[in-house]
Write a protein that binds this ligand. Structure first.
Ligand SMILES: *Cc1c(COP(=O)(O)O)cnc(C)c1O
Length: 417
């Protein structure tokens, strides 16, 4: 099925990656141990999976899963809901929960994720109900090369004083050219900010969960936010998001989730509990599968002469891997290769298209069981120089490996043709 050249690289890769895979297995073991410990402590039982309707009062499953998320993530409190549409929606709930007119939101990791810019109103009040429309100001500190600009943060905290209510950190590089933050680095920022300000430190934790053996709240973050069709849903949860953190911060967010006064007391689970429990139980293992796939891909594509980031032997705090192809057809063939090796929609050939909100055409591969799920193997990239593919996920290392080899073979065939 694959050429000899490729199989030789694959064999070398797995030999070379052995110590890294062992470290990933250690992380998965530690995280699984923590998850299991709290499943036991909170006496998870079959009776919690049934689900409620209507107001959803006294939904034992919902209340228990909230507690488990809080404990596993080192937080005082948390809520997890299948009704949260996506990561952006969870972030919106968190930010609107904490910020009031006249407050300042200070991002200290460059510009936030694309979809958040409209929520914040980064380019000014947009009339759509952005934070800017409600008189919340936004300011930003950029990276200093690869480093957090602590002097810049200090200056902005001085400039805005007590008006800074949220200091915002995006853990993952997302689709920007910047480093992903480690838990240690997030802890350093939390300490630095807490020593100088009363602001809540809020972390966009998307793509980061279970990549290390601790989470941002273990090192001082006041609120973390993420999506269930990424890491913590374990590829099982069918939709949703979560918020965890300090009790008061989570309470304030819960009043935006439902309404002031009601908070987390309501919310029918409609039979989604089982998948959310099961997904969280599997998540540490699934994240390991995705990370093994990313390390493997980095090795293979580097050997084939492409620029990859991170390198195969670099430890990661998120699941995103990039490969720079340098030519449009490389990126396109790569995405088509990934799609053709997917379990779902393998017969579909993705093509570049003009996606709303993007200047350049984008190509996407996503043969996923759950629409848009990026803990499942998915790849995309804007069709413009330097033609970089961003890819992430894989429910199993084996299927991820097959997809990477399929994509690599497609590129090789092309080069030889
Ligand atoms: C995925 C992601 C989000 C939210 O995206 P949705 O598509 O709304 O789930 C936000 N921030 C980062 C860093 C992400 O990776």
């Amino acid at each position: 099925m694959f050429s000899e050249k490729l199989m030789t690289i694959a064999t070398e890769a797995e030999k070379e990656l052995k110590p890294i895979f062992e470290e990933l297995e250690r992380i998965s073991f530690e995280n699984t141990k923590r998850v299991l410990e709290y499943f036991k402590e909170h006496r998870v039982s079959d009776s919690m999976f049934g689900g409620t309707t209507g107001y959803g009062y006294d939904d034992q499953g919902r209340e228990t899963l909230d507690k488990i998320y809080a404990d596993v993530f080192g937080a005082e409190s948390a809520f997890v809901r299948h009704t949260i549409a996506n990561g952006t929606s969870a972030l919106t709930i968190g930010l609107f929960g904490l910020l009031r007119p006249g407050d300042v939101m200070l991002s200290v990791t460059n510009r936030p994720y694309d979809t958040l810019c409209e929520v914040i109103g980064i380019d000014g009040a947009n009339g759509d109900g952005s934070l800017a429309d409600f008189g919340v100001e936004y300011d930003q500190v950029d990276f200093n090369g690869d480093k957090i600009d602590f002097e810049g943060i200090e200056n902005k905290l001085k400039q805005h004083g007590d008006r800074v209510k949220v200091v915002f950190i995006q853990r993952s590089k997302g689709y920007l050219n910047r480093p992903t933050l480690t838990i240690d680095q997030i802890g350093e920022i939390c300490d630095f900010v807490h020593a100088r300000s009363k602001a809540w430190v809020v972390v966009d934790n998307c793509y980061g969960e279970f990549c290390e053996d601790r989470e941002p709240c273990h090192v001082g973050a006041d609120m973390i936010i993420g999506s269930l069709i990424k890491n913590p849903g374990g590829g099982i949860a069918q939709s949703g998001g979560y918020i965890a953190g300090k009790a008061r911060a989570v309470e304030l967010a819960s009043y935006r989730l439902t309404s002031a006064g009601t908070g987390t007391e309501v919310g029918a689970t409609l039979g989604q509990n089982r998948d959310m429990f099961k997904g969280f139980f599997l998540a540490p293992h699934i994240v390991m599968q995705a990370k093994k796939t990313a390390h493997f891909a980095a090795y293979v594509f580097e050997k084939l002469g492409f620029d990859v980031y991170p390198k195969y032997d670099e430890m990661r705090s998120d699941i995103i891997q990039t490969v720079k192809f340098g030519y449009a057809d490389g990126l396109i063939k790569f995405c088509q290769g990934i799609q053709s090796a997917s379990a779902v929609d393998s017969y579909v050939t993705p093509m570049p298209w003009a996606m709303p909100g993007y200047k350049d055409e984008v190509i996407m591969a996503a043969g996923t069981f759950t629409q848009g799920s990026s803990i499942e193997l998915s790849a995309d990239g804007p069709v413009r120089p330097p033609y970089t593919a961003f890819f992430q996920g894989s429910l199993t290392y084996e299927s991820g490996k097959i997809a990477i080899l399929t994509a690599a073979e497609k590129l090789l065939e092309d080069k030889n043709a």
